[in-house]
Design a protein around this ligand. Structure first.
Ligand SMILES: [Cu+2]
Length: 197
């Protein structure tokens, strides 16, 4: 099942979850045509039940003439993921059926290494852990400068797209170098990143 979201839907779903200081949810141009605010959304689907929508993610690239952009990231989960900390990343391919179709971590460029454990936490798609409470809800809100939504070498909306992955285990950020599972292990939820018009 894939739901179509509008900005109005996003405001209803996310505004109440924005703890103390909601960000404006707007799609219109706020600068010149080259420096637009751009948005994207991902429906998060359970990796054990592809018919189950467990949350959503929202991205907003702020208007800027710089190549490196500031991108607001908000991930909201309302069920289907066990309580505790879970790794959250942006993976390199916009496919979630099965969740392994999202492949490795988003990490474009001449020194690309998408191995989830092998180059962690240095991939462009790295995000922070999300904490899921005992009722199954969780909210992650952060800013990254490692990716963009507009055209360019860091764009998540490249030819094969990108996807959010929420992992079963926490992200340890691999402090001892490459080790199996240090980046969160198996996959709990996945969402293909789609542009908002
Ligand atoms: Cu991952």
């Amino acid at each position: 099942m894939r739901l179509q979201f509008t900005y109005t839907t996003l405001v209803i779903l996310l505004a109440g979850a924005c703890l103390g200081g909601p960000i404006p949810l707007r799609a219109h141009e706020t600068d010149t045509a080259d420096h637009r605010e751009v948005g994207a959304v991902a429906n998060l689907i359970s990796c054990s039940d592809s018919a189950r929508l467990v949350g959503l993610a929202y991205l907003r690239e702020r208007p800027s003439p710089e190549l490196v952009k500031e991108v607001d990231v908000m991930v909201r989960v309302w069920g289907g993921v066990p309580a505790g900390k879970h790794a959250v990343h942006i993976h390199e391919t916009g496919a979630c059926q099965p969740c392994s179709a999202a492949r490795g971590h988003f990490d474009p460029g001449p020194n690309s290494n998408t191995n989830p454990d092998g180059n962690h936490p240095f991939h462009a798609g790295e995000l922070r852990n999300i904490h899921i409470n005992e009722k199954g809800g969780g909210l992650l809100w952060m800013v990254t400068t490692r990716v963009s939504l507009s055209d360019g070498p860091l764009s998540l909306l490249d030819e094969d797209g990108s996807a959010f992955i929420i992992h079963v285990q926490p992200d340890t950020y691999c402090p001892d170098g490459p080790a199996a599972g240090c980046a969160g292990g198996a996959r709990a939820a996945c969402g293909v990143i789609l542009p908002l018009q």
